[in-house]
Structures are given as structure tokens and as C-alpha cells.
Design a protein around this ligand. Sequence first.
Ligand SMILES: [Zn+2]
Length: 127
Amino acid sequence: MQRVRRARTKPELLFEELARALGYRFRRNVQSLQGSPDFANKRRRKVVFVHGCFWHYHQQCGRGRIPRRNRGFWESKLLSNVERDRRKVRELREAGYDVLVVWECEIRSSAALRRKVRKFWERPSRG
Ligand SMILES: [Zn+2]
């Protein structure tokens, strides 16, 4: 996780490009917010996490699965990542932020993702 967090991964770059093309402004790696979201716009109270499917255990796609080797290790590792992700989303929502999770596997279908991001950006945040 640490390793993944620090580097700017390719899906993040692609998301950034897409957001910029739509004219939406986000700050990157916002450490001043709980959970240090990958992208945030504090004024609009929007935060975005871009999750790698393996590390964040995306069970809806083929990449989110537990390796057979060292199964016990990976299982507890990946499940604790999922737990932490849930906690971050919950905390940010409680603080009045609207949270969007973008999966690595969604980045490819840019038309669908564009629709999703536009909807997210335009819906009112509670905060
Ligand atoms: Zn996925």
C-alpha cells in the first residue's frame, strides 16, 4: 500500500487528464484531508480515489483476487486495504464530502467514465 500510495500511478494520470478535459479542477494527493484522497476539490467538497484493482481488491473485475501463493498473507493484506478504504470514505462523507471511487479497470472505457465523473461533479454535495 505504502508503495502504491507514494507513486503517481498511471490510472491517476489518466484520471487527471480526463478531469482536466472536462474542465474540473482537482488538487492531487490532498494530505490535509482525512484519508489523503488522490484528488480533491475542497470548495465543491468533492474527493476522488483512483484505486488499483489488485491492491484495493476489486472483486467485480478479474484483477481483484487473492493470489494462491501465500494466500493467508494476501487475504489479510487485501481485506485490510478494503477495510481502510471503507473507513476513509465513511470519514470523508461524515465530513460532508462527496466521494467518488474510480477503478483502474474503468479508466479504459473513457466514455462511461466521463459520464460517471460528470454526474459526480454536478450532483450537490451535502457539506
Ligand atoms: Zn477492477
